[in-house]
Ligand binder design. Structure first.
Ligand code: PHE
Length: 339
């Protein structure tokens, strides 16, 4: 029995040393120390020993049991440590790797110019308002003194959503809402998108941007209009910029003007951008027509006003010498990153 015990001990030791993973160790634990294990089986044979031999053998078996347990525990710990070490090695961060760079967004050139323009008008005391892009025929045309047979009302120029609902063709549509909801003095600018059924080319887009201006108060004259617009043009294009007022026509202003500034490309000498004229048209304006004031409940005998509509896209393309308006709407990162 003693020999059996010794060989069992030896076999267990070798098996434990040879074990390759925790699973094998578990199996060995069951094989040698389990209830149905080999050591237990040996203990069961103790009954056949003489009373003198029993305690000696008992002690030997217990020692063997303890020895095997110790071997198993230390092997298990060793394996666990090895596994942890491997795991840590696998998870090591290589802090010398170059970082992934995050490209930050930029302000779109249209927004840069818009912000500059709003700053200029706010410094002159204008409030900034918003108006709806989806408008009624009434606000976009009718109350602006645009007659029913005016060409702007043609389907070819205006996107109609239904008979009376349309996409505004001009930010002037915001004028009447402001005059109906506020008492003079009124001094506002209203920037936003406008829509016209234009063919797309280098200078036309079905969506573009305007900034509407409206001033209504007692004693407002054409001089006020000229002063505000000249000041604006010089702040946007530089103080040497010349401003030219040309007589024009809009149904909602009388008299009406179109305003040109010195071509920023050639300084007025004449070039491709200004088509050789030396001037660039940037806005339409005029004194608010008495019919418009009246339709908004303002007495034209007491109050006068002026209005203007500036083309934001035009100002942006001329300021940055952008040759094609489509670039402003394509959102090509290679283009936008240049600003
Ligand atoms: N709404 C006009 C346009 O789109 C511009 C304008 C605005 C003219 C205000 C006069 C007064 O062309």
């Amino acid at each position: 029995m003693k020999e059996k015990l010794l060989s069992l001990k030896e076999a267990a030791k070798n098996a434990i040393i040879a074990a390759k993973d925790e699973h094998e160790i578990d199996e060995l634990r069951v094989k040698y120390l389990g209830k149905k294990g080999e050591l237990t089986a040996l203990l069961k044979q103790m009954g056949s020993l003489s009373p003198e031999e029993r305690p000696v053998m008992g002690q030997l078996v217990n020692e063997a049991k303890q020895h095997i347990e110790e071997l198993i525990t230390s092997k298990a710990t060793e394996m666990k440590n090895k596994a942890t070490e491997l795991k840590l090695k696998a998870e090591t961060l290589d802090i010398t790797l170059p970082a992934k760079t995050q490209s930050a967004g930029k302000i779109h050139p249209l927004n840069t110019v818009l912000n500059d323009m709003l700053d200029i008008f706010q410094s002159m005391g204008f409030d900034v308002l918003d108006g709806p892009e989806v408008e009624t025929d009434y606000y976009c045309f009718e109350c602006l003194n645009v007659p029913a047979d005016h060409p702007a009302r043609d389907m070819q120029d205006t996107f109609y959503l239904s008979k009376d609902i349309l996409l505004r063709t001009q930010t002037s549509a915001a004028q009447a809402r402001v005059m109906q909801n506020n008492k003079p003095p009124i001094r506002i600018v209203c920037p936003g998108r406008v829509f016209r059924a234009d063919e797309v080319d280098a200078t036309h887009s079905p969506v573009f941007h305007q900034i509407e201006g409206l001033v209504v108060d007692k004693g407002i004259t054409m001089c006020d209009l000229k002063g505000v617009l000249e000041q604006f043009a010089r702040e946007i294009y530089g103080k040497d910029t010349a401003v030219k007022f040309r007589p024009s026509f809009f149904p909602f202003t009388e008299p009406s003007v179109e305003v040109d500034v010195t071509c920023s490309e050639c300084g007025g000498k004449g070039c491709r951008v200004c088509k050789g004229t030396g001037w660039i048209e940037i806005l339409g304006a005029g004194m608010v027509h008495p019919n418009v004031l009246r339709s908004c409940g303002i007495d034209p005998e007491v109050y006068q006003g002026f209005a203007f509509g500036i083309g934001l896209d035009r100002i942006t393309t001329t300021r940055y010498k952008i040759s094609d308006i489509r670039l402003l709407f394509e959102n090509d990162k290679r283009f936008l990153e240049q600003f």
